[in-house]
Write a protein that binds this ligand. Structure first.
Ligand SMILES: [Zn+2]
Length: 248
């Protein structure tokens, strides 16, 4: 598929710098090892296992990191930012001084597993009350079929069940966002698959965040993501492009 795509784009193999593999996983700093993925049920997987089938240099990148890289690329001049990735699971990345902060073990920003409700709903990690169990797309769409587009169509048409579910999700999201704001005092970008629908819920989310904590300067710290789709693909590509530019 990669070769077909390259040919369809009219590029020669020599023009391809590499292939970034955006994965829902903790990965090593050099992108060479997928350390742990609950989603894939995979541990300590080397990128060589994929690279054996792909004729270009390959690197893993944790998917929220990839999306956040793409977002920062569009925000030249912004130094501090927390990117919240709302996909099937929730992740995040803190940028400080325009650089991502990954922590001592590459696990910084794993906000999906921050406990929001003690003894709350079960998270797929085994703990109870994690942000994932309340604010992820999986939590939002539980008992709904047809994906996000269909869910928001229902909500817009006044479906009571969809409206109640969105309202509940936004309430928990507002608590999460205010916590991030208190910790890091920077803009928080709402991204990931849910971020693509930000226009439909951002005003309500800001209202909830402000009502919870009027002491915060203003709920304007909550921003919609720039890339509405495929942000992680752009970020995974930027890994190679940034390295290439450094060599010029
Ligand atoms: Zn969890």
């Amino acid at each position: 598929m990669i070769e077909e795509f390259r040919e369809a784009c009219g590029f020669t193999p020599e023009q391809i710098l590499g292939v970034g593999l955006s994965v829902p996983a903790i990965v090593s700093e050099d992108g060479g090892t997928l350390i742990n993925s609950y989603t894939f049920r995979l541990q300590n997987c080397l990128v060589e296992q994929f690279a054996a089938h792909i004729p270009y240099p390959c690197k893993f990148i944790r998917d929220p990191n990839a999306s956040a890289l793409a977002e920062m690329h569009c925000r030249s001049g912004q130094e501090n930012l927390f990117y919240l990735s709302l996909n099937r699971s929730v992740g995040g990345v803190l940028f400080h001084g325009s650089q991502p902060y990954f922590g001592d073990r590459g696990r910084s920003g794993e906000i999906g597993h921050m406990v929001l409700v003690p003894d709350g709903r079960r998270c797929y990690c085994g703990k109870r009350g994690c942000v994932n169990a309340y604010c992820s797309c999986a939590a939002l769409l539980k008992d709904f079929s047809g994906g996000l587009e269909h869910f928001f169509e229902l909500e817009q048409s006044g479906d009571a069940k969809a409206s109640a579910r969105l309202d509940e999700c936004l309430s928990y999201l507002a608590v999460t966002l205010n916590t991030v704001r208190i910790l890091f005092d920077c803009d928080v970008v709402v991204g990931g698959q849910l971020g693509a629908y930000a226009e439909r819920f951002l005003p309500a989310l800001k209202q909830k965040a402000f009502a919870l904590d009027p002491a915060l300067p203003e709920s304007d710290y909550i921003k919609a993501c720039t890339y509405r789709t495929e942000a992680s693909a752009v970020g995974a590509a930027l890994l190679f492009i940034d390295d290439f530019i450094e060599t010029i």
